[in-house]
Design a protein around this ligand. Sequence first.
Ligand code: B12
Ligand code: SF4
Ligand code: SF4
Length: 412
Amino acid sequence: MEDSSRPFGRAFLHRSSSELAFCARLRQNQRIMNADRTARVIKISHTLGFDLCGIAPAAAFPERAHLEEWLARGHAGEMRYLHDARRHSPSMVMEGARSVIVCALNYNTSLLRSTEAPGKIASQAGPRGWISRYAWGDDYHNVLGEKLEALVEALRRGIPEPFEARAYVDTGPIIERVAAKYAGLGWLAKNTCLIHEELGSWLFLGVIVTTLDLAASLGPAEAPVPDLCGNCRLCIEACPTAAIVEPYVLDARRCISYLTIELRGTIPLEFREPMGRHVFGCDICQDVCPWNHRAPVTASPNFEPRRRGPICLFSPDLERLISLTEEEFREVFRGSPVKRTKWRGLVRNACVALGNSGLRPGEPRHEEICARLAQLAASEDALIAEHARWALDRLGGRDKKIGSTCGGSVII
Ligand code: B12
Ligand code: SF4
Ligand code: SF4
């Protein structure tokens, strides 16, 4: 009787040696073709301006065990989308997915690090905030997204058989750093960033999940790039909010990046002072990393700090930030990653940064800043009003400018 569960088994057993040799040659040809295609993908990615590109298999990664634990410990905070079960494996994102093309783009510029830049630029100037390096220029979702789409287009032109391909830059249920590790692009460091030995960690990542069978960048016997953190703990020690709770584990709820960008509500009091002058994101654990000290500057003009109207995104003037109207905010941050935090989030963050500025009565701009904070403290928006009051208290400006009524705060 035929074994219906193995329709080709018997036929395979009865193959002649010449048939077996032919099959082996076919498999070998397929491997060569897959390797050729991988080489072509990498070449195209470089012509499009990507700094790194590699292929990972679309399979479940060992790190998914850490992901489960991380979620169970509540480290994701309000980021519910991180609970999506498809994050366990790129194969769950697309039926028939075989490969993940991972691309990286350097966004480092030659400007000072947050750990070097002064809080004031000139003696008469008011306090400055800090916008994270990744957000100084154009929105990386657009920059990488366009390049990834162009890569998919180029593949469609060059590969005759039909295939599916979907590009993501943060936009899909993929853990991009883990995919990058298995594409051979670097190691997952103690600050949880992906680091490349020559380029450092100022890298944006983007992925294409595809049904194409591409040869993986790491051979079956090859291990991923070794972890070169060694005994170093600089990032862990430098983090102002102790967000790296143990090496390789970040409690997002404590991270300034989360507090200033993802958290929509009140910033917990315990983190306000450690937040310092950060108004959008945080670079400290990368600024102190030795692997970034000789990191090359990007060839892409997209990531230089933009100047829009009165606001320069490098070390921005905090008084200007709290004075922006919602309309001005939309205008200044159109096409910038900063728009994610919305006007309300940025003003909230700038209030906290001002509260931390150490500005004293009698110093330049103290009066103007307190007057504007007092206006915000009287706002109908309870979130903004509360953060502005907190700042006024710290600047010694509250008594002069606002008083409380049963219904809220008024300027007196
Ligand atoms: C959510 C998110 C955040 C959150 C949470 C960060 C985090 N560490 O998870 C917040 C808002 C805090 C954040 C901050 C930043 N982010 Co972010 N973020 C993401 C996003 C959308 C998902 C990341 C994710 O899945 N996290 C889940 C957790 C579980 O992953 P993980 O912490 O990396 O943990 C992994 C390993 O560390 C390991 N692991 C975990 N526990 C343990 C324990 C042990 C013992 C070991 C050995 C390993 C291990 O396994 C985990 C995977 O399962 C990705 C884009 C994407 N789709 O991947 C961008 C992404 C990771 N972010 C990015 C960037 C640039 C940043 C910031 C630098 C921005 C800034 N300047 O403010 C900071 C960096 C902060 C930091 N030190 O990580 C880049 C990273 C590029 C790079 N070179 O690594 C990405 C890839 C976006 C992109 N497309 O370029 N981010
Ligand atoms: S981004 Fe800032 S707050 Fe977050 S882990 Fe790094 S140093 Fe800490
Ligand atoms: S600062 Fe040190 S421990 Fe932290 S990521 Fe860099 S090399 Fe690793």
